[in-house]
Design a protein around this ligand. Sequence first.
Ligand SMILES: C[S@@+](CC[C@H](N)C(=O)[O-])C[C@H]1O[C@@H](n2cnc3c(N)ncnc32)[C@H](O)[C@@H]1O
Length: 251
Amino acid sequence: MRFDVITLFPELFAPLLSSGITRRAYESGAVDVRFANPRDFAVGNYKRVDDRPFGGGPGMVMMAEPLHACLSQVLSERAVGAPVVLFSPIGKPLTHAVVERMGSGEGAVLLCGRYEGIDQRIIDAHVTEQISLGDFVLSGGEIAAMALLDAVARLQPGVLNTEGSHQQDSFNPALGGLLDCPHYTRPDVWNGLAVPEVLMSGHHGHIERWRREQSLRITAMRRPELLVSARRAGLLSNRDEEFLRTLDSSP
Ligand SMILES: C[S@@+](CC[C@H](N)C(=O)[O-])C[C@H]1O[C@@H](n2cnc3c(N)ncnc32)[C@H](O)[C@@H]1O
């Protein structure tokens, strides 16, 4: 799976691709990441990539010409129809569903904006979807691109230390898309606080049930809308529903 990142600051990605899980995904080729810099496609002595906005106002806008030349070069190296993602606060939120879709396809071109954003005509001509990291404004799309690459990398077979461990994580549709349960490790008593007894019992059925109930409890408390979706999708068992009825905060 190949991701082409279009960015004025490719050096920002070096720590991501040289550390931990993302490094393993990158070095093994499970996630092939390449970079293209619009500045390399700019003309003139100053290699200018931004200009003042038509209509006035503060800030600068990334110019269409270098972006178009850069994108065209990248797209010419890829199969026709590759998704072109622009990171933007006006995009759809980056969710697990988006990550799963991106992580099971051929990859994408990831376009990182800077300044006030990019010339709208590039969006109209090339961009197939816009993705937001959340309801706040970053200085550039690079951190959003890194978030997507990281989340995609850990879903690839052979990338995590324990195969399938991501299936226990929050938002996994196979588990109803619930939030994860609490985790504990040694020592069994720390600072006077003991690990829940059931986790020390060695009884797998009881442990599994405890984890499920903790997930249900935490999801009901923090993200009740996820429980409503799980219920609608038929992903809650009678036993789950019975447990939820015992909670004050159940939706
Ligand atoms: C300073 S921002 C531009 C913000 C834009 N004028 C607005 O108000 O929507 C510069 C670039 O950072 C990226 N960016 C900023 N916030 C983002 C977010 N929440 N999610 C994804 N990308 C973001 C986009 O690529 C954007 O073009």
